[in-house]
Design a protein around this ligand. Structure first.
Ligand SMILES: Cc1cc2nc3c(=O)[nH]c(=O)nc-3n(C[C@H](O)[C@H](O)[C@H](O)COP(=O)(O)OP(=O)(O)OC[C@H]3O[C@@H](n4cnc5c(N)ncnc54)[C@H](O)[C@@H]3O)c2cc1C
Length: 399
């Protein structure tokens, strides 16, 4: 099937980033088509919480709310009000009062968020195609996208939100700067002796950080980064031995770990696209940047990309400029690439420093934690960054 219609934007990839971009652009009056082969679906109402939960910043939640995809069901999203970061004997603690927000952030089930965003996008965009992109030709006036079911689409602009492996990014010859952390993040939900009262707790350990994120019933969601060589051994432990290993690593925060759900592990890497635009093509979310999860920023950066693209395209429309021209898209690139890369490099430096790779730098960082805790302006700065107030915040995510 081929379409004579010229869309403003074809969004390729309907994960949280692509779906939010499609929904927000359609809400702003653009004519949008969305291409996603595996539409996400929500779990049954009484299904247990999925293993994959992520931390969303207040700025991301404002964006998701403004496009009509918030709140999520109460069983799938949990506010946290305090953050507690430790390294050795030093600690940094801050609460929502410091940033005048209702919460420091929310821990949400990724699947529930993806499903809600996709439903909102589906209800708003002009066309949804359950297919993969097979080819894309980008010309001076328009782009032509061919899907693997034979459909052909024409658009002024193609958005790639295909995740870390993007066929469109590769076809455009955009290189990535990648670093394999040689670590995997072990994820499971934990029941502890003392219930987690709503604190996002992170402890930096040699070999990788360990985080307890507050979820339902006083439980915590564990994100524990370990060198790849150790991970299979940890996954193979029986439940009691695994709980003991986590209890020892967490140094009794919330008491002993009493029970853990099935464990899943994710390989970790840093991957930054050398640029996030080409003529008639823009890269969003993990297609543009994959970061270490220690700061809980990956998806937050992607959602802010989506909100920023709306600002750039609305401005281009008001000035009667071509939506897919290099001039329009280079504005997006210089905004989002610099903000996202700055965040990614800072996270990478923290990973290297605390992980032991930079020798004495780790000790200085640990002492720095205590120092930041003692200095109100520095503490406010870090708290604001954790809330998503970093770089230039797009209109849909502003307070
Ligand atoms: C252990 C771990 C913990 C994390 N914790 C956090 C956290 O606390 N906070 C946070 O913000 N982030 C976190 N992240 C990062 C976050 O999970 C990702 O950044 C985010 O899910 C990426 O979303 P995306 O929409 O860019 O990509 P994806 O979710 O990968 O979506 C890409 C979509 O594109 C589709 N697609 C791919 N190729 C094609 C094609 N050729 N044609 C059509 N469609 C295609 C796919 O089907 C998929 O639906 C964490 C990551 C890990 C590994």
């Amino acid at each position: 099937m081929s379409t004579r219609k010229l869309f403003d934007v074809v969004v390729v990839g309907g994960g949280a980033v692509g779906a939010s971009a499609a929904a927000a652009l359609a809400q702003s009056g653009f004519d949008v088509a969305l291409v996603e082969p595996d539409a996400p679906t929500a779990s049954a109402e009484d299904a247990p919480l999925d293993a994959r939960v992520i931390a969303l910043s207040p700025a991301s939640v404002r964006f998701v709310e403004r496009i009509g995809a918030w709140p999520l069901p109460a069983r799938r999203a949990f506010a946290y009000r305090d953050m507690d970061v430790r390294s050795g004997d030093e600690s940094l603690h801050f609460g929502r009062a410091l940033v005048a927000e209702a919460a420091l952030g929310w821990i949400v089930e990724l699947r529930a968020l993806q499903a809600r965003l996709f439903d909102v996008a589906r209800s708003r965009v002009a066309a949804v195609h359950a297919a993969r992109v097979a080819a894309c030709e980008r010309g001076e006036r328009e782009a032509r996208v061919e899907l693997d079911d034979g459909t052909r689409l024409r658009a002024r602009l193609v958005v790639s939100a295909e995740g870390g492996r993007s066929s469109l990014r590769e076809a455009a010859g955009i290189e990535v700067d990648a670093r394999d952390y040689r670590c995997r993040a072990i994820v499971a939900h934990l029941t502890t002796q003392q219930p987690n009262p709503g604190i996002a707790f992170q402890r930096f350990l040699k070999g990788g950080p360990l985080a307890f994120l507050p979820i339902d019933g006083g439980r915590s969601s564990l994100v524990w980064t370990r060198p790849t060589a150790e991970v299979d051994g940890l996954l193979a432990l029986d439940d009691a031995a695994f709980c003991t290993a986590v209890s020892e690593a967490a140094s009794s925060r919330f008491g002993r770990v009493l029970a853990a759900t099935a464990r899943v592990a994710f390989p970790l890497r840093l991957q930054l696209a050398e640029r996030v635009h080409a003529e008639r093509l823009v890269l969003l979310g993990d297609t543009a940047h994959v970061v270490h999860p220690l700061a809980g920023l990956g998806l937050n950066l992607g959602l802010i990309d989506a909100a920023a693209l709306v600002d750039v395209l609305v401005d281009a429309r008001e000035r009667e400029r071509d939506l897919g021209s290099l001039a329009t898209l280079s504005r997006f690139d210089s905004w989002r690439r610099s903000d996202a890369h700055a965040a990614a490099r800072a996270i990478d430096a923290i990973e290297r420093g605390f992980g032991g790779e930079l020798g004495r730098v780790g000790e200085w960082l640990s002492r720095g934690l205590g120092l930041v805790d003692a200095l109100a302006p520095a503490k406010r700065f870090f708290a604001a960054a954790a809330c998503g107030d970093i770089g230039r915040v797009p209109s849909l995510a502003r307070r």
